[in-house]
Design a protein around this ligand. Sequence first.
Ligand SMILES: Cc1cc2nc3c(=O)[nH]c(=O)nc-3n(C[C@H](O)[C@H](O)[C@H](O)COP(=O)(O)OP(=O)(O)OC[C@H]3O[C@@H](n4cnc5c(N)ncnc54)[C@H](O)[C@@H]3O)c2cc1C
Length: 464
Amino acid sequence: MQSSDVVIIGGGVAGLIAGIELVKNAKSVTILEKEPIVGGQCKTEVLKVGDDEFRFDYGGHRFITNNQKLLDFVEDILDDDLLSAQRSSVILHQGRVYQYPLNLKNLLRVAPLKLLLGATIDTLKIVFKMTKKDDTNFKTWISSRFGTSLYDNFFAPYTQKLWGVKPELLSSDWAGQRISLMDLKDVLKKLFARGEKTARTYARSYRYPKYGFGQLPLRMAKKFEELGGKIYTDEEVDSFDIADNKIEMIYTKNHTFQAKQIISTMPLNEMSQKLGFNSELKFRSLRFLCLGLDIENFSPHTWQYVSDYNLLPTRIQEPKRRSPFMSPASKSSIMLEIPCNKDDEIWKMNDEKLLEIVKKDLNKLNFNIEENIIDYFSFTTEHAYTMMDIDYNKRRDKTIKFLDRFENLTMAGRQGTFRYIFLDTAMETGLMAAELILGKNVSKEQIYNHRNEKIVIETKNIGE
Ligand SMILES: Cc1cc2nc3c(=O)[nH]c(=O)nc-3n(C[C@H](O)[C@H](O)[C@H](O)COP(=O)(O)OP(=O)(O)OC[C@H]3O[C@@H](n4cnc5c(N)ncnc54)[C@H](O)[C@@H]3O)c2cc1C
């Protein structure tokens, strides 16, 4: 049996930053990671073709934060390997290319007349307050702020494809925090303000490691071990022994661990299940199809959102737009994000069949790269997105209430707290969990609701 002050379940960025903070403060810490390497959703996979390496994150990542301490930490860990990049995103919709976030000038230039007429009527209704903001669900949130024309054309098909359910069954929380758009009134203000500051800003520049985001957890793991922490990989936490409202023992298939305090960053639903409570919380999964290409550039854009419902991918990204070191010189690559559920048809489809479908989709989008594909592969992530259906928050609250009875357990991270948060916020929750254990003035409630504001989170980056 291995004993330490703290056991951290999960070697993603949240678990690793918690581990570093604790070992720095003289705690003995063990990280248990079920995969062969650390990093979780922040890993980078490599496609090797001869001497060439094409690198792909678990969905193109970028680092944006307004927390100077966190930025200093990441800059210190990655040193000269932390680059800056500019984001350029577009929406591909019914054969037309729109700028993202949507803006009025571009809509006027690109959109068909019918859509423009509908959007104009919607704008007048919103400006003259004939439409009231309605946060009942995703559909009402969007249509009461952007009108039904933009909702029907852009938001509804994309959202249904991404989540696999009708948008009216989704909570408005996702829209409130994740739609990187201003409402129509802000769009108008921006158009006529000529340089004046509008209500919200949108971060275009971001930080990115030279060889992909997987560099970050690997460097963090090195630092953690140098400071005396222990990492066990291939160690899936399986079950627990409980006594006096405390977790006494942690079991993996081959080993037993004991600790005074436990931080869990494994998915909240799985953690609660192992402790005897069925949370009924679900995740949406993703499959990433990655193609190495013998062309220098695929497009000038970082992200291309594919809103058409009948096309499989939701986004196409070109890793080279984040860092030129993501593909060999004079070559490029693309990654297609395809939403699915674990064990459904898309999840189980073989790579050849998936590529055939995607090639047809790319042709429909006017990307004729069939002859340029050098090689390809795919990988999946089961817990890509917390399923934010209408009642998810009630079920999340019940689950957290159940887990709160275990005095020496704190949850942290994206899956661990069941939140749709980016890596900066996931890291902050890991740090807060460490601070709680170190006796600082932090509560579990603060960790579980950290940065829960109903505002667009992607605001200006202090790293710009
Ligand atoms: C498609 C996509 C795009 C994204 N883009 C961005 C972006 O652009 N910018 C950004 O900032 N963030 C982005 N994110 C979010 C970011 O990846 C996460 O917020 C962050 O990586 C979460 O870290 P974590 O440590 O909380 O969780 P994870 O990385 O999930 O770590 C949890 C770890 O626990 C391990 N584990 C699970 N169960 C067990 C068990 N039973 N026993 C032991 N170990 C276990 C897992 O293997 C995993 O390593 C994106 C995420 C996705 C899915």
